[in-house]
Design a protein around this ligand. Structure first.
Ligand code: ADP
Length: 265
């Protein structure tokens, strides 16, 4: 809170009164502080892959290009870093569109269970063999009012994290529970888990529990931040539960559509 004091004087400069203006600047300062942090994060995040690429390129130019063992590996690192940077810039553009309220969600009446099956099917086709995906989905039709592409992106983010942080032979359980006015979707893994005090932070932009490790896994630290924005744009809530060493569950809700309501947004 900021307070400004000024005095009120008459023609003879005699003080006849006081004015005190008290304004709440905390919110403004917080936004400004977040903006500064964000710019600094983006710069840092982009500098890291660029400096990595620079040093590998230098080594190649200095003669390693002739080394048949080393050259392909160095080029591969450069390619991976380039791909990660592209992913990051795309994610950033996406977030900035959402911040500017530019994004228009194309919501339509959608049967969620079928959509969820479809996303899991795709993962089963492409996921590594050492991961088992278990479905605990109700045997009924549950309708929600959603932008399908965006919701698929949310589920994709969560399942790919679950797989990424799963141990050899780990199980990933996809569950939907019908509640009164909403559905509760959860994805549970048997991975290393997340410490209690970090649980909320994972939805912040660029937050990673272990920077070096997740960078190696190709993460940008933006996936869950985007998921949170998207779920909230659908009037849902997203959060995490975890036991270190045991596993993590990411949960989100979506309002159920009333039987007759078709065009509400
Ligand atoms: P990233 O691209 O780094 O995975 P996310 O925004 O998707 O970014 O996740 C943020 C961080 O949350 C990750 O870097 C990781 O540390 C942690 N995290 C997310 N999902 C899991 C999970 N299933 N198990 C353990 N840690 C997780």
């Amino acid at each position: 809170i900021r307070a400004n004091f000024s005095t009120v004087t008459d023609e003879d400069d005699d003080v006849t009164g006081f004015i005190t203006v008290i304004s709440d600047v905390t919110e403004q300062e917080k936004i400004e502080q977040e903006r500064r942090e964000f710019v600094s994060n983006v710069s840092h995040e982009l500098r890291t892959p660029l400096t990595t690429m620079k040093s590998y390129m230098e080594a190649l130019i200095d003669g390693e290009w002739k080394n048949e063992d080393i050259a392909p590996r160095f080029l591969e690192v450069t390619q991976n870093e380039t791909e990660r940077m592209i992913r990051m810039v795309n994610d950033l553009l996406h977030l900035s569109k959402m911040d500017n309220k530019e994004h228009q969600l194309q919501k339509e009446r959608t049967e969620f269970i079928q959509l969820f099956h479809h996303v899991i099917d795709r993962f089963e086709m492409n996921s590594p063999e050492h991961i088992e995906i278990v479905r605990e989905l109700p045997n009924e039709k549950l309708f929600v009012w959603i932008d399908q592409d965006k919701l698929i992106q949310v589920i994709d983010n969560i399942i790919s994290n679950a797989i990424k942080y799963s141990p050899e032979g780990g199980k990933v359980t996809c569950r939907v529970i019908k509640q009164r006015h909403q559905i509760l979707v959860s994805i549970t893994d048997e991975g290393m888990g997340i410490a209690y005090d970090k649980l909320e932070k994972i939805f912040e932009r660029f937050y990673r529990v272990d920077k070096a490790r997740t960078r190696k896994l190709g993460g940008t630290g933006l996936g869950l931040a985007i998921s949170k924005e998207l779920v909230e744009a659908h009037h849902g809530r997203i959060w995490a539960k975890s036991k270190e060493g045991k596993g993590t569950t990411i949960l989100f809700t979506l309002p159920l559509m009333g039987k007759k309501r078709r065009n509400n947004s």
